[in-house]
Design a protein around this ligand. Sequence first.
Ligand SMILES: C[S@@+](CC[C@H](N)C(=O)[O-])C[C@H]1O[C@@H](n2cnc3c(N)ncnc32)[C@H](O)[C@@H]1O
Length: 400
Amino acid sequence: MSAELLLLRSPSANRVFTAAAGPLSVREAQWVLGSHAGAPADVHEHSVAGVDYLRILAEDTDLVRSLLAMLSAPFALFAPHPSADDGGETLLRPVALPQAMRHGSELETTLRYPGKTNEQFTAMLLNLAAALSSRRAGLLRGDLAVLDPTCGRGTTLNRALRLGLSPTGADLDRKDIDAYRTFLAAWAKQHRLPHTQSSGGLPTTGTGRGAKSAGSRWELDLAADRTAQRAGDVQKVRLLTCDTADLGAVLPYRSVDALVADLPYGVQHGARTEGWQRSPLELLERAVPAWRALLRTGGGIALALNRRTAPYTRVREILEAHDLHVLSADGEFRHRVDQSIDRDVVLAVPRDHPQLAMLRTLTVTATAEDEAGDAEHAPHVTHQPARAPEHGPRERTPHE
Ligand SMILES: C[S@@+](CC[C@H](N)C(=O)[O-])C[C@H]1O[C@@H](n2cnc3c(N)ncnc32)[C@H](O)[C@@H]1O
């Protein structure tokens, strides 16, 4: 039987996304709960005494509570019930949220640098990519294979580690990788987590005179204590310094469940250029074939992009040209980061994903405002039945 639950968001989510925080959280919860249930989830914004909540109608099961605890910004959960004096007041009974994290929040918040992806947004991206995966329960079990192919200084990897996963990250910028490596080793030491490190080169790419090592790798194996370490209960972080387009030659074919990337925005962060790749679209064109090869058939992709330098339609075209099916609507997650970054999220799965039909029932139509328009508010979205036939005419939003 369905029960009503009210989820209070962490106040910091409102500071990060301002007015878009509510709609973004609703869509995140809809994808996460809907994909686990196999049908659209009943989640809406709801206000009680001037305070905003997510109102969820779902079975109050351990699974639902665990999923809510893993959302990007849960603060407290309540079950509403009418007051006994019949005064029409709603009382909120606190409901315990399970402990979802294996490590403390300092892992995500300590490193600060220009170009860092916001932690709550990163958590949402990871949840969305995991929701698309047919192995989504691996997020709860700790065995979901997560790859961030443009990982910077590891915001996605830190989130994955907190969830008990063993993520892989790659970046071309050696300074970023070195800074993250140093941080992670110091963090493990500070928290007295038994760990071992190893490093080495990557396989050769190219042939003949053009043959060269793709880059280098560094790995950290981490355990909760010595007993766990001896029993082999370890988390592994794998960091690759290489061009993301070379990852197909470096990682095993079809080994990734959730590919999560905050793409270069094509803007400058202070004195820092985003690696060597100035054009996000050019990077995508080069990298998507490798990413597609690494993705399991039942895998999911969540990409954050700057609509100003990577227009949604072009990104969708590039993904669809590589046998991927785009599930998100144009503007579904749109929000303003600053003057030069009008951010959105693209969700995609392989065209032969075994649960494509179910995932398509979770899609919505969104109206992306004009590109020059106000992205302060995420657009309102409505549920729609599964999209028209794969090869039929594509939806076009007005500005395209
Ligand atoms: C928006 S940043 C990601 C930031 C990251 N999520 C974080 O919080 O640190 C994009 C990243 O893409 C990386 N990048 C750009 N071109 C690349 C390429 N060809 N191969 C691998 N990484 C690349 C940049 O070095 C940069 O770190």
